[in-house]
Design a protein around this ligand. Sequence first.
Ligand code: GDP
Length: 621
Amino acid sequence: MRPGGAFSRGRNAGPVSTRKPVSTAVEMSAHKKVIRIEENITLSQMAQRLSLKSTELLMKLLSMGMTGVHINTSLDADTAKILASEFGWEVEDVARSEDQIIAAARGEEKVVREGEAADIVARAPVVTVMGHVDHGKTSLLDKIRKANVAGGEAGGITQHIGAYKVNTSHGMVVFLDTPGHEAFSQMRARGASVTDIVILVVAADDGVMPQTKEAVAHAKAAKVPIIVAVNKIDKPSAEPERVKRELAELGLQAEEWGGDTMFLHVSALSGEGIPALLDAVGLQSEMLELIANPKTAASGTVLEALLDRGRGPVARVLIQDGTLRVGDLVLAGAGFGKVRAMTNEHGKQVHEAGPSTPVEILGLSDVPNAGDQVHVVKDPKKAQEIAEQRKGKMAKSMVPATAKVSLEELSRRISESGQQELRVIIKGDVQGSVEALAEALSKLTCDKARLSIIHAGVGAITEGDVNLAVAARAIIIGFNQRPAGKAASLADENKIEIRAYSIIYNAVDEVRAAMEGLLPPTLQEKVLGHAEVRQLFKVKGQGIAGSFVLDGLVRRGGKARLLREGAVLWEGKMAALRRFKDDAKEVLEGFECGISLDGYSDLKEKDVIEAYEIEEIKQKL
Ligand code: GDP
């Protein structure tokens, strides 16, 4: 299905798309020659449609100043337009909106189904815990989870799958187990809304702090109701009334003060007040009248996703509507595939997951992002099409704008010639670190050198990455990722440097140092030559080894080691070197000389003195 070849990207997103465009229509009208493409097209596909040779297009691009191109390079619509115009063609971008495609892929053009109202049920609320650092968010989540486990789930251990369900007297409640407003706002930034209720944790001994205010702002912006958990009530220094007062100033009026915000006194340490807090959540949820239809095709949101070495892409998903079943075909961000296995928060295999259920799913082709929508779809071809399209977009957005390989970029590069450029390909284990590293590295551009990220993606370093590096003359940075398969040997053959890091700071530091020409040199030993001891004698009480230089040279004051029958007996400095009666600086191959070693006199005939030096080699990056 994939065109493959040296630039095939495997399952990883890349600037090189192997997607087969759907529309291959070539229209010829009287005067205009038009080709239609969807967002992007590979150079070879374009050549085919223009009835030209790929090399002709390649030459044209190169003559326009674009470097690092290859026949499988994916051209964006803008570049394609410029290129096509050079040959008298016009490009029409016929990208369909993603919503249209999803609707078609779901096979659900019809929105309202007969009898659907009867299928509607109440669903469990989804709760996010927010608040200032150290006010007890994690402790509270832990306490709630543990109390729930004691409540009887077989096995008892809860696995981290991004969320868990808790039974309360008002029914089930789902807790997202990444506390803090960052996760919340990150989701919102991706257009996802998973939270129905926010529990705002405020330490009774500390009161409203900056992040408390932020949390309130986030929840209000998302129009999500807030329940206040006044925590650490067990502390003697607790001042719950102060918390109430300070929050009132932020517009959260306690019920007993005539407002509509529930305040609960809790201790995440002792567990006091937690059942009441859960009841409050249940009550709030009843007021929200949350509903879902378990009979419809499932949809939800990715809470977390990662690439597992053994299991492949793993997505922790919150099902928000419908029911997801093993075997369903799902689309999640840039990933799609049949759900191979599903596990709940207790690590148990499950076959289906209804509304407001967190599950971990296996079987996706690619690692989606947190906040990505998940949909069950019917049409595998369309699902793949959407996934590939998203992958292309993602690759573009992950690579900072400055890294775009376009004609525009090229001309700028040319006008800025003289400046060094370091091109980088980043491969990492999770989306978050790849983004963070790309972001940090892209800021390193300085007067002396520009840094361009030509590709950034999740997954192992593949042969495709190495090929891309060869074409673009880039180095590869692996963040918690190593070369897979033949990638390492291919890189070796092509002298492509692969650097491995597991700490972003270190990667940034070293790249910066390299760009400033300050990368610490590595030390390498270089053997200068060998001399064989032929005769031992003494001059003024000092032992001298009458020697013959076998190869290379020996140097006075230089580093030396003594070898006897191949074994190293001693290492140190050559103290004195003489030719006849005079001191000599160096004695070359084929000459005799007298050598004395610094601090070693137990020499024997046939011993070999090896002279060497330590060379500083500037590291390449
Ligand atoms: P987070 O940063 O909001 O997640 O806060 P943590 O849950 O890490 O808690 C910060 C500190 O407060 C930890 O040392 C907890 O043991 C402590 N802590 C949390 N809740 C309580 C509580 O109810 N009472 C007391 N005394 N200490 C608490």
